[in-house]
Design a protein around this ligand. Sequence first.
Ligand code: B16
Ligand code: MG
Length: 213
Amino acid sequence: MKYRGIIFDLDGVICSTDHYHYLAWKKLADKLGIYFDETINNRLRGVSRMASLEIILERCDRTLTEEEKLAAAEEKNNTYRELLKEMSEADLAPEVKETLDALRAGGLLLGIGSSSKNTKFILSQIGLGDYFDAISDGTNITRSKPDPEVFLKGAEYLGLPAADCLVVEDAEAGIQAAAAAGMDSAGIGEAAKSSLATYQLTTFRDLLKVSLQ
Ligand code: B16
Ligand code: MG
């Protein structure tokens, strides 16, 4: 087989939390009197919480202190986590679970490579709390995608060389991070348009074709 492991991005790949992020950032932006819409929200895909805040603050007419920024990010995260409580196993698409099971049955190790500090909470909400062989997320990195750190740590936690891992991503920043890590990547959703992606997936199930060869 071409790969020994697959490292999955979480938000936008395993499940969809984009709308919850949008609602939480929108509430904060409205409170601060800053314009925010779905197009700006799209720029936040795969980007860390503090870097996301900086993008939102581009339209703010005053400069926030570091303390105010930390408080704003915490406020957004509290709103977001309240919304995440609504998630359940019903938010895991059958196609995603069936494909993951088939990849594992085919002998591949499965890991997570997410910028989110809420990764473990989200995985437990959708019934995948103990599912993955390794988790690399926002709690163990110092640099956000497009830096390769999250995927390099993911490969290390899986016990595999980077070149033996395939990354699955929905964000251009994540595809760039995979390339910087020396890993092949499969783009899905927005990232399926990326010319840097090794494979362009139409559906999650297409992963079976590219990784069980
Ligand atoms: P948190 P991913 C990313 O997750 C999201 O795409 C991005 O929108 C978010 O800002 C980031 O996680 C940090 O999330 O605030 O929960 O730590 O796509 O890398 O799985
Ligand atoms: Mg993502």
